[in-house]
Design a protein around this ligand. Structure first.
Ligand SMILES: C[S@@+](CC[C@H](N)C(=O)[O-])C[C@H]1O[C@@H](n2cnc3c(N)ncnc32)[C@H](O)[C@@H]1O
Length: 235
């Protein structure tokens, strides 16, 4: 590995909110901005026995931090990631952090496509399909959101080493955010909450999109660098 290779890949792991996260598959390196909002979100979680979805999971760092730091409140986390190679990476990180296998499920899925798996197909004609879909109390998402048009602004250590599938969200960066926001409500329980990360330059576009999709109960927050970074949407 050359000198410009990120230190996290050289070491083979990173730390994320008290969890050791192995990065041997060279997946997206968890960022401190993400750790910041995940900590805030976890503080907000009240109650018990929640079902949580970590979508666009990558290394699995978000869901694993929830499982480890929220053992009372969180019953089960479902991890959804499109990249087949990362399914083993997530499972390895779950084992590394000694998470009981009864508390998680890892699915290879293009956004929501496989979230319901067999149950969806079986339920297709059933009246309670909608109830089956609404299975999550909390949904956490860190989608790829860098606009391709801003590729030149990305640090070389990120651009040259981290997987582009994890970085870029189409020309304007909103490709996955749009798909996610269009469908996510179907999977959220009635009093559920969504936490989603985005790029601070997307705030105006994001607000326009939320309005267009009839989201009314949401709040946008800044990260530790005083940049708009995540939105919390209530159902
Ligand atoms: C920005 S990374 C986030 C990884 C991790 N959650 C984190 O915060 O460090 C985005 C992840 O989404 C995955 N991804 C890209 N397109 C996807 C899709 N259509 N469906 C599900 N996951 C996808 C990428 O492979 C990547 O692991």
């Amino acid at each position: 590995m050359d000198n410009n290779c990120p230190i996290e890949y050289k070491k083979g792991y990173t730390n994320f909110f008290g969890c050791k996260i192995n990065l041997s598959s060279k997946c997206f390196i968890p960022k401190i901005e993400t750790e910041f909002w995940v900590k805030k979100a976890i503080k907000q979680i009240r109650g018990k026995n929640f079902n949580i979805l970590d979508i666009f999971s990558g290394s699995g760092c978000i869901g694993i931090a929830v499982l480890k730091n929220c053992s009372e409140q969180c019953r089960r986390v479902t991890f959804a990631e499109i990249n087949k190679n990362l399914i083993e990476q997530i499972k390895l990180n779950l084992r590394l952090n000694k998470i009981n296998p009864k508390r998680y499920k890892v699915i290879q899925s293009d956004i929501f496509k496989e979230i319901l798996g067999e149950s969806k197909r079986k339920q297709k004609k059933s009246k309670c399909k909608q109830e089956k879909e609404r299975q999550f109390d909390y949904i956490f998402a860190n989608p790829p959101y860098i606009p391709l048009k801003n590729k030149h602004l990305v640090q070389n250590s990120v651009l040259n080493y981290e997987p582009h599938l994890a970085l870029f969200g189409g020309k304007d960066g909103l490709f996955y955010i749009k798909k996610f926001l269009k469908d996510v409500r179907r999977y959220l329980k009635l009093n559920g909450e969504i936490y989603m990360e985005f790029d601070h330059l997307q705030k105006t576009d994001l607000e326009r999109l939320l309005k267009k999709l009839n989201y009314t109960n949401y709040k946008i927050y800044k990260d530790q660098f005083k940049k708009y970074r995540y939105v919390c949407i209530k159902n």
